[in-house]
Design a protein around this ligand. Structure first.
Ligand code: CA
Length: 228
């Protein structure tokens, strides 16, 4: 089941889309402002967003850009009125994957959603999955779970965890981690690494909550980090 976020301020259109997508077997959350949608996306996994461009509180293009920042892996489909078609170009450059013009034809909408989800691989887990104890890192879908709990990570948090998980139990130097996750030619301060490790630890601990064999990121003083 895919996690869909519908952002639409027109109650009539919202109701129709919400019920059709739910009938097609999707888990749909509907918000009527950009602010509420972004709050939702900051704390929960989203596979696909249907985003109306004309929203009461924010420009849909800005919402798209900010959605992309917090949910880099999710698919964004913009819903536009015909007079907004010029915005489509801007929207696609702001990170949207596709657009549909209103009036929305439900059959087409459902078909496109299905096609995007298939491409995005929200079906069964791919074989790009690393499992270390209770931790699972699916690099294909960019999803992390500890036991039964999903861990929502930002782009670099995910990249860092995936790098550590690629060699569990191995001491990885700060230079290696900075080069592989941030910049191959990094030679400046590496404080950002410690900040990301601190956030990862907090999120992993919160998700572990009593799970047996939880993942631990061990600090190797003066050297780097290791994932146990
Ligand atoms: Ca609207």
């Amino acid at each position: 089941m895919a996690l869909l976020l519908l952002v639409e301020d027109d109650p009539t259109i919202g109701k129709v889309l919400e019920s059709s997508l739910a009938s097609a077997g999707h888990d749909v959350t509907w918000h009527d402002t950009g602010g509420a949608a972004l709050d939702h996306a900051e704390s929960r996994q989203v596979d696909l967003v249907l985003l109306d461009l004309g929203l009461p509180d924010m420009d849909g293009i800005d919402v798209c850009r900010r959605l992309r920042a917090v949910q880099p892996a999710c698919v964004v489909v913009m819903l536009t009125a015909r007079h907004e078609e010029m915005d489509v170009v801007v929207g696609l450059s702001a990170g949207a994957d596709d657009y549909l013009t209103k009036p929305i034809r439900l059959g087409e909408l459902l078909a496109r959603v299905q096609a995007h989800l298939r491409r995005g691989g929200t079906g069964p887990a791919t074989d790009n999955t690393l499992t270390i104890g209770a931790l699972t890192v699916d690099t294909g879908r960019r999803r992390v779970t500890v036991g039964d709990h999903e861990v929502v990570l930002r782009t670099k948090e995910f990249d860092l965890l995936a790098r550590l998980a690629a060699e569990p139990g191995v001491a990885l130097s700060r230079q290696t981690l900075m080069a592989d996750v941030w910049d191959a030619h990094w030679s400046g301060p590496t404080k950002t690494l410690d900040v990301h490790v601190a956030v990862l630890r907090r999120k992993l601990e919160a998700a572990a909550d009593g799970t047996a064999d939880p993942p631990r990121i061990v600090t190797l003083r003066g050297f780097g980090y290791r994932l146990d």
